[in-house]
Design a protein around this ligand. Structure first.
Ligand code: NDP
Length: 397
């Protein structure tokens, strides 16, 4: 029976809280804390069992330390924003409590996410005897575990990996993002990058496009992006010659994004406006629909998976593993759309595997460094079942 502190009461934090509340035999006591306590209380009211809520500014390490000392959790789940990662890790180090997150650290003033800042905590977590698990959402998270599972059971060597993230959902707005708009737009407007023959190859933003026919969604245009799991997967599967990440975008989304970029609304540097300094992207976030409010409006499905090529018993093979998630079914279950659901469910299960001792260790680890089997055995029952097939031919060039 564990005590868990969840920090962040946004779209994903709501799902994590619902799912931890469902796992009552594991998470006996739950404290949901966030910058705005009213959001925690609103989520608490949706649940069938009582939880505690609190206000915390997770950028203030002393405040988080005081909250941890008062609640005495076995695990802190960081479901706030990437900017808080290092501060929350500092608080965990000070109090000796395990840590989990879903997105790697990103400095607020540069759109550049990298694991190096969090990997640099490895020795300190190891010396303190505590475990930090990084990137336990869907991508990163479940896609890393799909890769580890494929490598363990279906390949002696993997040569290529393509991660395909398709959101076939429609929320009816001309432009909205399915998770935090600031983080989402920073990611999409950055240069593309993929791993090939031991080095990173850079592309212009959204310059490489393919069409793929996704099961239960249909054909969609997808674009090569740099995504954070590529960094850890390239490190942990050095045999793999090429790794790429693809995400689908509709034409309307891309047209809006292009206009916003052209007029400077996606800038992340402060601009002087009528005596105030404002960051255009943060102002834009204020105007856009809150991702947590998209749940009741979003219809359709997500389809996220991995295609791997490699060798088993001396023969080449191609393997595809994926999950399909229905926005409306998620809403019926936890009052959130599928993008938040597909992130929050693996986070809860990762936390469960940590507190029950299936995933152990001291130091900072990415999820693919653990045995994928306990995760793969349970994830279907928690709402994200996977499908798999061997393909006769590789479907992408
Ligand atoms: P939201 O913006 O909806 O929620 C973030 C929450 O964190 C808000 O409730 C916010 O509070 C809170 N918060 C922000 N700053 C602080 C702070 N200093 N102290 C305490 N709380 C704070 O984001 P999402 O729920 O969409 O995303 C959450 C995380 O999940 C992000 O890191 C995102 O990158 C990650 N993610 C990961 C995915 C994956 O597959 N791995 C996919 C999608 C998202 P307030 O409400 O007051 O602003």
């Amino acid at each position: 029976m564990a005590r868990v502190l969840i920090i962040g009461a946004g779209a994903v934090g709501a799902v994590v809280t619902h799912k931890c509340a469902q796992a009552a035999d594991v998470f006996e006591h739950i404290l949901l804390a966030s910058r705005t306590r009213a959001k925690c209380d609103a989520i608490a009211r949706q649940l069938k069992r009582p939880i505690q809520t609190a206000q915390v500014d997770a950028d203030n390490v002393a405040e988080t330390v005081a909250l941890i000392r008062a609640f005495r959790p076995d695990l802190v789940m960081n479901i706030a924003l990437p900017y808080q990662d290092l501060h929350i890790m500092d608080a965990c180090l000070e109090t000796g409590v395990a840590y989990l997150d879903t997105a790697n650290y990103e400095p607020p003033d540069t759109a550049r996410f990298e694991y190096k800042w969090q990997w640099a905590y490895h020795e300190r977590f190891r010396a303190r005897g505590i475990l930090a698990v990084l990137g336990c959402g869907f991508d990163p998270g479940q896609t890393n575990l799909y890769t580890a599972y494929a490598r363990k059971h279906h390949f002696d060597r993997i040569d290529t990996l393509d991660i395909l993230d398709c959101n076939g959902g429609d929320h009816g707005y001309p432009f909205a993002t399915n998770f935090n708009p600031e983080i989402n737009i920073r990611e999409v407007t950055a240069k593309g990058r993929y791993w090939e023959d031991g080095r990173w190859v850079e592309t212009e933003p959204l310059a490489v496009k393919r069409t793929f026919d996704f099961a239960e969604v249909g054909p969609k245009n997808m674009y090569l992006l740099y995504h954070e799991e590529l960094e850890s997967l390239a490190r942990h599967f050095p045999e793999c010659r090429r790794m790429r990440f693809w995400m689908t975008f509709g034409d309307s989304y891309l047209t809006h994004l292009r206009v916003l970029q052209n007029v400077g609304m996606t800038r992340i540097d402060p601009v002087e406006f009528e005596g105030h300094k404002i960051v255009p992207l943060q102002f834009l976030k204020r105007l856009l629909p809150d991702p947590a409010s998209l749940g009741p409006r979003t219809k359709g499905k997500t389809n996220i998976g991995c295609i791997l090529q490699g060798v088993k018993d001396g023969r080449p093979r191609c393997y595809y593993i994926w999950n399909i998630c229905d926005h409306q079914a998620c809403y019926r279950e936890v009052q959130s759309q599928a993008v938040a659901y597909t992130t929050g469910v693996p986070a809860m299960l990762g936390g469960k595997l940590m507190v029950t001792g299936a995933w152990t260790g001291a130091g900072v680890f990415n999820v693919e460094q653990f045995d994928p089997d306990p995760f793969m055995r349970e994830i279907g029952r928690w709402g994200l079942p996977w499908q798999e097939t061997f393909l006769d031919r590789y479907p992408l060039d």
